[in-house]
Design a protein around this ligand. Structure first.
Ligand code: HEC
Length: 206
């Protein structure tokens, strides 16, 4: 995988009706004494296991937001697209209202000051620029600056170099955006400057 810019969208669910009734379920849970072993909120105890869902998968969360009247959620853009969630505009730092799309994600990545961020640790939220989507995020790969196996690290770098050069379309197909070319240049420059063998030789010298 390449170093991708991840995107996050704020989502507003359409006013769909939820099937079933949590209210009735709760009443039955109390009436039939289920709470005696499972706890009043299904938290579980010594006599019965936890029933309440404490962690939802992103798919389940998306479905839950979609099926809950007035529900608002926050998932990665690809889940919003796949699950046909309604997305909202957000006001960015420049005061402009922008839509979550490839252009606004790419603008956030392009306007971030990657050159000022040690280790490229740049959280892409609230970036400057009229077109920047304010809730964008990047994913990261961590590398040792003095690798124990320099040949392996060189192969890893060659792979990411290939991905930076050839992965753009794949990223777009998956609803991500590719790193801006200027940032790729900075990243590969950092490989040259910072990743060295114990003897001080360059691991990446292309
Ligand atoms: C006397 C204690 C007790 C009462 C009362 C009780 N349960 Fe349970 N329940 C348990 C225990 C113990 C298990 C775990 C059984 C097992 O793993 O074999 C369980 C398992 C379950 C599970 C499966 C949980 C899982 O993670 O697989 C559900 C669902 C459940 N109970 C629902 C209910 C409901 C609904 C009621 C009320 C109608 C109820 N229970 C009443 C003790 C109780």
């Amino acid at each position: 995988m390449r170093n991708l810019v991840l995107i996050a969208g704020l989502l507003i669910a359409p006013a769909a009706l939820a099937a079933g009734s949590a209210e009735k379920g709760k009443a039955a849970f109390v009436k039939h004494g289920c709470w005696q072993c499972h706890g009043y909120v299904g938290q579980g105890g010594v006599t019965g296991p936890r029933l309440a869902q404490t962690q939802l998968s992103v798919e389940a969360l998306s479905a839950f937001v979609r099926n809950t009247r007035g529900g608002i959620g926050y998932v990665e853009n690809i889940y919003a697209t796949q699950n046909h969630l309604i997305t909202t505009q957000l006001q960015n730092r420049a005061g402009q209202f922008v839509q979550p799309d490839d252009d606004s994600f790419a603008a956030a990545a392009a306007n971030a000051r990657w050159d000022k961020a040690p280790g490229f640790y740049e959280v892409l939220t609230d970036q400057p620029g009229a077109k920047s989507w304010p809730m964008t995020g990047a994913s990261f790969i961590l590398l040792h600056t003095v690798p124990t196996d320099p040949a392996k690290t060189a192969a890893v770098l060659a792979f990411f170099d290939w991905a930076f050069k050839n992965g753009g379309n794949m990223a777009t197909e998956l609803d991500y955006v590719a790193m801006p070319a200027t940032v790729v240049k900075l990243i590969e420059g950092a490989w040259r400057a910072q990743i060295k063998t114990a003897g001080g030789e360059l691991v990446w010298n292309r």
